[in-house]
Write a protein that binds this ligand. Sequence first.
Ligand code: SF4
Length: 175
Amino acid sequence: MGFANTAEILKEPACNLNHQPDRACERPRGGESCAFDGAFIVLNPITDAAHLIHGPIACCGNSYEGRGSLSSGSRLYRYGFTTDMTEMDIVYGSEGKLKEGIEYIVKRYEPSAIFVYSTCIPGITGEDVEAVCKEAKKRTIVPVIPVIAPGFLGHKNLGNRLAGEVLLGRSCWIM
Ligand code: SF4
């Protein structure tokens, strides 16, 4: 798996109308959601995968049922899977909870893959979401794909781009 440097992506011009080639286009103001939400929007249409949001319940509520998709059968993408991090998880860590969540989904729903979204809180506390996914993939034999796009990285468009990197098989390296 290759790496994409998020700092470089942040500086890339978003379109060829940008007259300052060393700066990304200014983001729209107001009503725009975060990088996590942008990544979720891009990947959620993979309807036979489970989408597990590692963070407080509000991150899941941020976009739950707000995004549509077309599916030829699977309804798995409509489930709002989250680790529902609490204050205690912030103090004591929640990598174990994430691991249990992945195992529960594999056993109960047999998804073709699981996308695991890292949000602001595990990003701030420094949880190694990629390592948990790697380990879970070995144990469950299901692709467990980390999406490292916590909201504090930036705006929704950046999240769209980071999800694209994930689809290309590149893990995103933060700063
Ligand atoms: S900004 Fe952070 S805490 Fe808020 S919804 Fe996005 S990922 Fe969650």
